[in-house]
Write a protein that binds this ligand. Structure first.
Ligand code: ADP
Ligand code: F6P
Length: 472
């Protein structure tokens, strides 16, 4: 196997499970922040992507896609259940998101997590050339930096966590907390979305491992591990160009017409996840309909909620509850041909998403907790005429960068209702400067700026950066 000087390691490969008969393979923009963030970067960068191809059983041999070599790591049915659905998505995911659902702790899941992390570390050690830069992504693979350092001390290792890193009171619940921290500390640079997360991590390194730690540096034996905040972003220019295309503008007009040419269109786009605050949002909307503050003929809500992690019980319960509530609201407030909520569970291509963003007068992004939330940034990037109101949860990482949004606490039902009304009734003279300021911020702080700031910190401004096109 050929070796690479930049190796990205992430749970998922960004490609479709199915490879065409001629061996061709397409990038898959699977709904999810990680692929959305890394896809525009790696498209033009010579690199290897080590990850899981979806499905269980032996790893498929995959063709290169553009400049990127795909190296699939196999997962057995048991690994999928105990590592992906278990430790990653039923222990760490809820724990890291404020425990909005109860995290579960099982020894069998921890064993699977160790086993799968070991397999990823070995595959990476094999794929990386001498002295390569390896960039490990997200909570599924927190042990990989430490395991990889043991196998290949010559590598420069980065780790980036896309999700929140919780406060010590929550993290301390984890039965194997010391091992997880030690795993991450195998990296030379640990990146978080928010400064608060880096602070939480430093406190834990000091408390659990008794290491000398500040919010920027942690001493581990004779090494210094740097930590910091690197808020992830989107390909702002690409989304703006897409949204500005005449066919996308025409599609947006058509969508508005199909929605009954209402006065106001509210849009939400989420993975079906209990962290996204979908139920709270529906409740707020339902109460506004009931009180007459919002009227069906004048306003429609489009809720896109693509199913995710579908075998995990908490996700099944959520979907049932959301669908029951959408049915109830439509039954109670809708009219023939005029539902109160247009509910869609399909994945859309980027042009259709851009058209949806263009048609939305108000974008409601109200997670209970979210590492960043790229949907909020995509909406802003798509508003090429500087119109549109973003209703944004204070608990999304993106809120720190987009203070001109209508910020709400999604746990506060009255506040959520008031925020939605303010966004719906906003004066255009107020909307435009807010949107312009957010667009300017995203223009400067796009995905390339993120990669540049992270990789230059990791690689001392090394040669990897020459492949990244300049911002704007
Ligand atoms: P998360 O990583 O938790 O899923 P983000 O908001 O950061 O949340 O990222 C979600 C990504 O998935 C965005 O890039 C968004 O465009 C994409 N996405 C969400 N829903 C859909 C859908 N129905 N079809 C296609 N892409 C989607
Ligand atoms: O960062 C959040 C995350 O887990 C990403 O790793 C991934 O892009 C997204 O959510 C979707 O999740 P999954 O890979 O479980 O479908």
């Amino acid at each position: 196997m050929r070796q690479s000087s930049l190796v990205v390691v992430a749970n998922r490969l960004p490609i479709d499970d199915s490879v065409a008969p001629d061996g061709a393979c397409e990038w898959r923009r699977s709904p999810g922040g990680l692929v959305s963030a890394l896809h525009p970067l790696l498209r033009h960068t010579p690199a290897t992507w080590v990850g899981w191809a979806g499905g269980t059983g032996p790893a498929p041999s995959l063709p290169d896609i553009g400049s990127v070599r795909m190296r699939a790591v196999p997962l057995s049915g048991e690994d999928f259940r105990d590592h992906y659905e278990g430790f990653a998505n039923s222990t760490l995911w809820p724990l890291y998101h404020d425990a909005v659902e109860q995290p579960e702790y099982h020894r069998r899941w921890w064993e699977a997590y160790q086993r799968v992390n070991q397999r990823f570390a070995e595959a990476t050690a094999e794929a990386a050339e001498q002295g390569a830069v390896v960039w490990v992504q997200d909570y599924h693979l927190q042990l990989v930096p430490g395991l990889l350092r043991e196998l290949r001390p010559d590598l420069r290792i980065g780790f980036f966590l896309h999700v929140p890193f919780p406060p010590p009171e929550l993290f301390m619940q984890l039965p194997r907390r010391a091992e997880l921290l030690r795993g991450m500390l195998g990296a030379d640079l640990i990146g978080f979305q928010r400064a608060q997360a880096a602070h939480n991590f430093a406190q834990l390194a000091a408390k659990v491992l008794e290491l000398p730690a500040t919010d920027r540096r942690i001493g581990v034996g004779d090494r210094v591990v740097r930590i910091g905040a690197f808020p992830v972003s989107i390909d702002t220019a690409e989304m703006a160009a897409l949204a500005g295309r005449p066919d996308v503008a025409a599609r947006a007009q058509r969508l508005r017409h199909d929605l009954g040419d209402p006065g106001h269109v509210i849009l939400s786009v989420d993975r079906m996840d209990y962290t996204k605050g979908i139920e709270q949002r529906l409740k707020a909307y339902s109460e506004l309909l009931a009180s007459g503050h919002v009227k069906v003929r004048d306003t429609v809500l489009v809720q896109v909620a693509v199913p995710s992690r579908e075998r995990v019980t908490q996700y099944q319960i959520l979907r049932d509850r959301v669908e029951r509530e959408v049915g109830r609201i439509n039954g109670e407030f809708g009219r023939v041909g005029e539902p109160a909520i247009h509910y869609l569970t399909q994945p859309f291509d980027r042009a259709e998403l851009a058209a949806l963003y263009r048609v939305a007068d108000v974008m409601a992004v109200t997670p209970l907790r979210d590492g960043m939330n790229l949907v909020a940034k995509e909406y802003v990037a798509a508003r090429v005429d500087d119109t549109g109101s973003l209703l944004l949860s204070e608990f999304a990482g993106s809120a720190a960068e987009l203070p001109q949004a209508y910020l709400v606490n999604p746990h506060d039902l009255e506040g959520l209702k008031q925020g939605l009304l303010s966004a719906l009734e906003a004066d255009p003279a107020d909307v435009t400067p807010r949107m312009r300021a957010m667009r300017e911020h995203l223009h400067r702080n796009d995905i390339r700026a993120w990669a540049r700031s992270y990789l230059s910190a990791l690689d001392d401004g090394g040669s990897l950066l020459t492949h990244l096109a300049p911002t704007g």
